[in-house]
Design a protein around this ligand. Sequence first.
Ligand code: FDA
Ligand code: NAD
Length: 426
Amino acid sequence: MGRAFKTVILGGGVAAGYAALEFVKHGINHGELCIISEEPVAPYERPALSKGCLLPEDAATLPAFHTCIGTGAERQTPKWYKEHGIELVLNTRIKSADLRMKTLLSAAGETISYKTLIIATGARVLRLEEFGVAGADAKNICYLRDWNDSRKLVDIMAECRGGRAVVIGGGYIGMETAAALVANRVKVTMVFPEQHCMARLFTPEIAAFYEEYYKKRGVEFIKGTVMSSFESDAEKKITAIVLKDNRQIKADMVVVGIGIRANVGLFEGQLILEKGGIKVNGKMQTSNPSVYAVGDVVAFPLKLYGDVRRLEHVDHARKSAAHAVEAIMSPEKVQDYDYLPFFYSRVFTLSWQFYGDNVGKCVLFGNPEVQKFGAFWVDKGILMGAFLEGGNKDEYLRLGTLARLRPPVKDIEMLAKEGLAYPFFP
Ligand code: FDA
Ligand code: NAD
């Protein structure tokens, strides 16, 4: 038994939603396109899970943030897919793929075949069990990747109001959920192995501003260590976490954000992989010409830096998806993907954006005391990356332009003094 489609998108996350919109813009016939997703809901803007969904009041919930609302485009509810003749196959996990036969096999035993496949399987969270932590299957541990995780987190957080949470990991999930927990009147201790938060992007100076801000709101930081085990009660609920040095920290709940791995497992041995992702060319095409890949799962040529990268951010998921569809639908017109890395985050009343590459010397500017400051990364006399907290629309636009144009910077002292007003193009 099976179904056949001209195009199948495997994965129903951000990239899938944006790819669907792009197909509709190009014009597709009813019944040609199918999206298969393990999740029970249509593609949505995943960033909402750690922001709007966790607000203490008037929290966002679906269907409010289906794609492509994040870029001001249409909100694609299940009705939208139906109206455009797109088959949305939800609650369906694909357990194997045969790229030679052009078929996918679902966990329920259905075979779905395609002419063109777009892989948009995103990533999975790393789990504490993978680091040998005992007791990590407790009831009150929360991860945050998908809709079901977010429902669980919201429920447990509500039960723990007035109580204590330990947040494991000092990256994006750690920082964003810690802020949400505080807003929900849960006291937070953050534990992570580095010397400061957001170590993949922030310098110690940038991190110090955010850590200070969090501390003023009652967050405690335990840095430079990891946990070894949990203390649990008879109901398999964690009551405390135990650190490597045997210190115990009481907890009514635990949130874990210790990174992700791209979901490439179905394609190992069938596609060329690189840097933990599926290798694609500038058209988002994999080593198999009938198969494209987009979003978190791809290792793509980053033209700007002559490098191959895997990026785990929503802007790239949206743009790479649109690019793959362009390459499929208008192969004669499409150029190579020419992406400028862009990341952002919002916590408490703070908000920052980053464009480019954080390489070379980091030059700070502005005034953290009024919550408006930034940083430029200058490598071999060239501006490579730009970060700004508390900017306005025009300033963020300028940040992106600078990171794209990479002007030379002759006077570092003046750059630190002038910040965005530095005469980059005299
Ligand atoms: P995505 O993870 O969105 O989708 C993958 C889909 O594939 C899922 O629906 C999954 O179930 C499905 N799937 C996987 N394997 C399957 C299988 N075998 N069978 C069927 N279905 C399968 N970025 C940013 O720039 N700013 C931000 O503020 C945030 N905030 C944020 C918050 C939270 C909580 C998370 C988890 C992530 C972010 N991100 C972010 C990152 C951003 O959301 C991420 O880069 C994109 O969702 C990636 O989109 P993809 O479509 O590639 O994967
Ligand atoms: P991350 O890579 O941002 O951070 C992982 C953190 O885990 C590290 O900073 C480190 O502190 C910690 N860590 C690693 N191993 C550990 C261990 N054994 N014990 C304790 N801590 C450990 O990953 P994340 O925060 O889990 O986020 C997951 C994904 O979601 C990422 O792809 C991220 O880009 C994405 N995301 C992005 C945003 C955003 O862009 N605003 C927001 C949320 C999530």
